[in-house]
Design a protein. Structure first.
Length: 220
């Protein structure tokens, strides 16, 4: 977890509870960069930035296999990810913050399984929704900001971070991920705001900050 040195000072909190704001989107959409910028923009608040699952554990190689070979393997992987979720949220839950910026959230865990089902037909999404709903580990965000970028932008921004055959820059996988957020938005089950991740960075930061401040102004 990272943030401005003074961001966690309890004397600077303005709100009684922490608002969890998730930054979602495909790999290379700019979530981590946006989170860093928002910590500065929200300097009048007590803000913490929560790293993504991979960064929290020191790299993707320490996460479960992205493509499970069985439902049992996927359930074991999901349980491991929920343990990581619980661990990476320990700081925000123990400290006093106005806003916790989540670089990916529990929606990532569900979207991944939704996409895997689309690609493989394994059928892991339904069981995952049950497991996640019964777990105390996730922080269900009050606001989800989805950075929508084209597949071309993903490939251009990758710059060797993922190999060419990686699932995370696969066009079909990313299309299925987007479909998950489409379906959740349509259902109204989560407060999702779609932002154009290919906007000029200044405009994107302004739009994201506006959404977060609007969230904080809403009555309880």
């Amino acid at each position: 977890m990272s943030g401005r040195p003074s961001a966690g000072d309890a004397r600077r909190t303005r709100f009684a509870t922490t608002s969890y704001v998730a930054l979602e989107g495909p790999c290379c959409a700019g979530k981590t960069t946006l989170a860093r910028a928002l910590v500065d923009c929200l300097a009048d608040l007590a803000v913490c930035s929560v790293p993504c699952y991979a960064d929290h554990v020191g790299g993707g190689r320490f996460l479960p296999p992205p493509v499970p070979i069985s439902l049992g393997e996927d359930q074991a992987g999901l349980r491991a990810l929920l343990m990581i979720e619980n661990d990476r949220l320990a700081g925000p839950r123990a400290g006093q913050y106005d806003v916790a910026l989540l670089d990916r959230s529990v929606h990532t865990l569900l979207a991944h399984r939704y996409a895997i089902d689309q690609l493989t037909g394994l059928g892991c999404y339904e069981s995952a929704t049950t497991t996640v709903s019964l777990s105390p580990a996730p922080a269900w965000p009050s606001l989800v900001i989805f950075l929508d970028v084209s597949q071309g932008a993903v490939e251009q921004r990758n710059r060797g971070k993922f190999p060419a055959d990686s699932l995370f820059i696969d066009a079909r996988f990313n299309s299925a991920i987007r479909s998950y957020y489409d379906s959740v938005t349509a259902s109204g089950d989560a407060p999702i705001v779609w932002l154009d991740g290919e906007l000029d960075s200044g405009k994107l930061i302004d739009q994201a900050e506006t959404q977060i401040r609007a969230l904080l102004r809403r009555p309880d």
